[in-house]
Design a protein around this ligand. Sequence first.
Ligand code: NAD
Length: 487
Amino acid sequence: MTNDTAFTGYADPSLHAKGLYIAGKWEAGTGIPVTDPSSGKTLVEVPDASIEDAMRAVDAAEAAAADWRETSPRERSEILRRWFTLMSEHAEELALLISLENGKALADARGEVTYAAEFFRWYAEEATRIGGEFRHTPSGAHNILVDHEPIGIAVLITPWNFPAAMATRKIGPALAAGCTVILKPASETPLTAYAMARLGEEAGVPPGVVNVLTTTNPGPVTSAMLADPRVRKLSFTGSTGVGRTLLAEAAKTVVYCSMELGGNAPFVVFDDADLSAALDGAMVAKMRNGGEACTAANRFYVQSGIHDAFVKGLTERMSGLKLGAGYDPDTQCGPMITTKAVDKIDRLVSEATSRGARATTGGAPLDGSGYYYPPTVLENVPTDAALAHEEIFGPVAAIYRFDTEEEAIRLANDTEYGLAAYVYSRDIMQAMRVGRGIETGMVGINRGLMSDPAAPFGGAKQSGQGREGGVTGILEFMEPKYFAVEF
Ligand code: NAD
């Protein structure tokens, strides 16, 4: 099914996608072209699953469920640990694959593989630490015993921007908890998910415990799975709009939902910040994955005293980045995922500049093949510009000036999103105060990168519900059972 010439340098053909992965079997097929965003060329086609295929995946997950939930935590842990090791051993091939289908720079792709594999290691460890609870009732007359049971079959839906990590962040805790899963990766980037499933097979994941399918018809296919009473969990990562639709769909059968949705992160820099550290952090918070990250700094609020130096420093750094194919080792900023993504960025930047914003570098899409938008810095952006309220999802840093702490908090909170925020100040009391004042699930204090498998990742407001990673991530796949015990 794969066109090997498109995978020049991609060393391990055993990781090439072989088809839908259902009940431990590979089912060849076509129907979904996967495109290299660096060139616009089709790499390969993967199968387009129907509703019937999805229901067979639910059957497979059901058939495997009873045995899997009865495996010992140690056994589940060791399978996840082997999967971690295999991902680490195949890190370079996986990174190249991510770069090929997603377009991100190889350095970012390598970072993603490490991050993704860590979820398997972390949940290999957490699998053996699932706790319960014992307490006396306040009267002292009775006992309360709480166990945690696997929640049941879980449907996992992931976006294209982190094809490996968004999948392992769900599969790791689900398997550790004792659940079987059906993973539906984004059609733009299915190859990484299928390659990881191949490694899972090798790690000893039993047939039916992990099923993977791709479809051009995600709405009806997902609705059919959610309508099946055997499915008890939906874990979704993607846009807030699709998240809202899926919450409504899941309500019909009262399926538990974890929602990791869109972001609009403010990056607040106070006058007393260490300028060089703030610029380093800004580059990571903005440019990881070329800006295609839910945690990407979307709005830079910079206090008046440091504003001009920050604009100058960021402009120098952004204009010095090398743009190119993700898999070219010199590339620092790869292409966007699609032409549609480039058009959206162009629309947002044009709207801002038509209203007084000024590009100090970049500011217009590039001609030629591939879906490129150059690193761009905008100053003098009106706070009601469209790009202050929509996810830019690209290499555009929009800078706004502020004067007081109260103003910074008010501006930061002027959004329906609440995923991530960044605060730079040498005054740690001020940084913590502002961090507390911003309505968000995560805050980076003098740090531009917050993702860590050991930390609870997730959003407030319309950025989501629930948390992935950390010690609580496994509980998203478990249901508490209370025993009223007399003894
Ligand atoms: P998207 O919502 O368009 O798609 C996400 C996934 O949902 C894909 O697999 C897609 O095929 C599927 N999908 C689309 N419509 C569906 C439907 N009606 N029913 C079921 N599934 C459907 O998002 P995207 O463009 O792939 O990803 C970018 C978005 O994801 C951004 O908003 C970004 O902020 C968000 N994101 C959030 C996090 C987080 O952890 N909060 C992480 C990464 C990305």
